[in-house]
Design a protein around this ligand. Structure first.
Ligand code: GAR
Length: 207
């Protein structure tokens, strides 16, 4: 059974989707054992506590530099004996120390179809604002492995939906979450825990 640690910063609806999937028996060979938050006020912490999952706060505001912050997040994950680290609405960029500690063992959910609308500055509602401003007709979500380059690691699963004429960034965010993120994230986590994701260069194959 793999230990799954989840990194959060805010509302934690993706964490909730993972917990719900776990309760339905849909996370094969894995268990969420720890939630680490960059923000002491994140509602995600309450979701974890309501489900008897251990929590740890490593407050980004307590640190001046990225290296010291990354080292403490890494140590929290090592203490939790994490086999898989899931970035679920984690709004802080960590440095290379984290990838060295957990190579090919971290995944992130991003609210767009990578390689569009991703990288530095593309997070939360900003992503959906940019999608609407561009006029694309499709958007969606991506789960990918975390590497040193922001939002650029091997893609595991993507799901697309239509952009509607009357969408706002809020309505789009809601549909992308409900129809894409909350479905593909638990699926990718389960595939990882079952040992079914093969990484070949910058691509993956589900076996
Ligand atoms: C989600 O839409 C997630 O994909 C996004 O922030 C939201 C967090 O919601 N993450 C990013 O933008 C990271 N680049 P949640 O806290 O309710 O899961």
């Amino acid at each position: 059974m793999m230990n799954i640690a989840v990194l959060v910063s805010g509302g934690g609806t993706n964490l909730q989707a993972l917990i719900d999937a776990q309760n339905r028996g849909e996370i094969k060979n894995g268990k969420i054992t720890c939630v680490v938050s960059s923000n002491p006020d994140a509602y995600a912490l309450e979701r974890a506590e309501n489900n008897n999952i251990a929590t740890k706060i490593v407050n980004r505001k307590d640190y001046d530099d990225r290296a010291a912050y990354t080292a403490d997040v890494r140590d929290a994950l090592l203490d939790a004996k994490a086999d898989l680290v899931v970035y679920a609405g984690f709004m802080t960029i960590l440095d290379e120390q984290i990838v060295e500690a957990f190579p090919n063992k971290m995944m992130n959910v991003h609210p767009a179809l990578i390689p569009s609308f991703c990288g530095k500055g593309f997070y939360g509602l900003h992503v959906h604002d940019a999608v609407l401003a561009s006029g694309v007709k499709l958007t969606g979500a991506t789960v990918h492995f975390v590497t040193e380059d922001c939002d650029a690691g091997p893609i595991i699963i993507q799901k697309a939906i239509d952009v509607k004429n009357d969408d706002t960034s809020q309505t789009l965010q809601k549909r992308v979450m409900e129809e894409c993120e909350w479905k593909i994230l638990p699926k990718a986590v389960s595939l990882f825990c079952e040992g079914r994701i093969k990484i070949i260069g910058n691509k993956t194959e589900i076996i």
